[in-house]
Design a protein around this ligand. Structure first.
Ligand code: CTP
Ligand code: CA
Length: 226
């Protein structure tokens, strides 16, 4: 049978995409983590690849099967993710940061298992580099797409991140309620750019990823228009 030609608007386009959580070690057996499943990022990576892009996925630890993308690099900590991205960022056309990167890490992980000797324990955390902001600040940055997971004032915080980090687009979602987001199969997004916005209603993450990939392709192709 003959099928109609599939639209591949991102043919020849190299995409770098972060996904999943990071783990910040406390000692050899423990880490600080977060509730990101990686599902939205993996789905978006596959959706972009399906539009013809060559996608390199930089993934924190997830329970997901390897997605159909050109290359997958597995990392654990925010610093490892930062390194893996920065050595590849100059070579990509589009960078998408879906990862839930730990904002802070224990300053010096204990070399041996921490024993419960004391009645209380204080952790000293230091800030991790902002991977998305670092890519957007390159002298010739790729088309840069961020995510913003917020519990409140979703759109205002997201627009602030778009401008402050100098992004081309940001996809904002509400987390912590029962409306989708982390640990859920469905999600709703409000996507913002400097002079526009689009709302995606609550739907399963695979469908949402396809719709978002289409929008990224459109905005990427129109990037030089004033
Ligand atoms: N991000 C990143 N590197 C970090 C922290 C965040 O690349 N060290 C990216 C995320 O992948 C996401 C975007 O920045 O695309 C926004 O993440 P978010 O946690 O919502 O914002 P932050 O800038 O970390 O600010 P805050 O957590 O205070 O809201
Ligand atoms: Ca953060």
């Amino acid at each position: 049978a003959l099928f109609p030609p599939v639209a591949r608007p991102l043919a020849g386009v190299r995409v770098l995409l972060t996904a999943g959580p990071t783990r910040e070690p406390l000692d050899p057996v423990r880490f600080l983590g977060n509730r990101s499943s990686g599902r939205m990022g993996f789905a978006l990576a596959e959706a972009l690849e399906a539009l013809g892009a060559r996608v390199t996925l930089i993934a924190g630890p997830t329970a997901l099967a390897a997605p159909r993308v050109t290359e997958q690099v597995e990392v654990e900590t925010a610093l490892e993710m930062y390194e893996a991205v920065m050595v590849r960022a100059a070579d990509c056309h589009i960078f998408v940061a879906t990862a839930a990167v730990a904002d802070y890490r224990p300053e010096t992980p204990a070399a041996t298992k921490i024993k419960k000797d004391a009645e209380s324990l204080t952790l000293h955390l230091v800030r991790n580099p902002d991977i998305l902001a670092a890519v957007a600040a390159l002298s010739q940055p790729p088309f840069t797409v961020g995510f913003a997971a917020e519990t409140d004032h979703v759109e205002a915080y997201a627009r602030d991140k778009l401008l402050r980090k100098g992004l081309d687009m940001i996809a904002a979602n509400r987390v912590g309620g029962d409306q989708g987001g982390f640990e859920r199969p469905e999600n709703a997004l409000t996507v913002l750019w400097r002079d526009g916005r689009r709302e995606f209603p609550l739907m399963d993450k695979t469908r949402l990823a396809r719709a978002l990939a289409q929008l990224i392709a459109e905005r990427y192709q129109g990037r030089h228009a004033a």
